[in-house]
Each structure stands twice: as structure tokens, then as C-alpha cells.
Write a protein that binds this ligand. Structure first.
Ligand code: SF4
Ligand code: SF4
Length: 87
């Protein structure tokens, strides 16, 4: 998961210019919309300040993501079962 270190960002906009999905907005400092980010890391390579970095998730964040994934898989399983039972 990428994030912008606000203290390092000088708001030059280079990252937003190279981002292929338009995931970066600039309001004095860059901000990444992670739902649009495809993790290509072009912005990381472009940033002159090294301000865009990988954020190491905490254990509680990983647990949260795991539960979310588990719940989504459960919902998908239910939908697939419903589709199969219609056959
Ligand atoms: S990793 Fe790629 S898609 Fe994500 S914000 Fe950076 S340039 Fe955009
Ligand atoms: S390229 Fe780096 S310094 Fe420039 S706006 Fe993006 S994050 Fe900030």
C-alpha cells in the first residue's frame, strides 16, 4: 500500500502527471486514491523527494483486510450457490 509522506512532498505534481489511472490528486500535497491505484510504482520512480513510499501495514490492518476478504468470499460463495441451484 503506497502513501505520500506529507513532510517530504513539495507539491511538484510530477507523480500525478505520470500516474496512468489518475489516482493522484494534488492539493498543495499529493494524495493517492488507493481504490484507483494499480501499484505500477511510476509515481515512486518519478518523485524527486522520495515522498511516495510503501506503507507496511500493522497487524490490526492486516486482520481487518483478512476479515473483509473472508466476508467477501463468503458472499461470493452464497451467490454462486444460488446461481447453481437455479440450474
Ligand atoms: S502506483 Fe501507479 S497507479 Fe498507483 S498512484 Fe502511483 S502511478 Fe498511480
Ligand atoms: S512527485 Fe513527490 S514531491 Fe512531487 S507532488 Fe508527487 S509526492 Fe509530492
Amino acid at each position: 500500500m503506497l502513501h505520500v509522506r506529507k513532510k517530504l512532498c513539495i507539491g511538484c505534481g510530477s507523480c500525478a502527471q505520470v500516474c496512468p489511472t489518475g489516482a493522484i490528486t494534488l492539493l498543495k500535497k499529493a494524495k493517492i486514491n488507493l481504490s484507483r491505484c494499480i501499484n505500477c510504482h511510476w509515481c515512486v520512480a518519478e518523485c524527486p523527494q522520495g515522498a511516495i513510499q510503501e506503507e507496511i501495514p500493522t497487524i490490526s490492518e492486516l486482520k481487518f483486510e483478512f476479515r473483509k476478504f473472508h466476508r467477501e468470499m463468503g458472499q461470493l460463495y452464497i451467490k454462486l450457490s444460488q446461481l447453481e441451484s437455479r440450474k
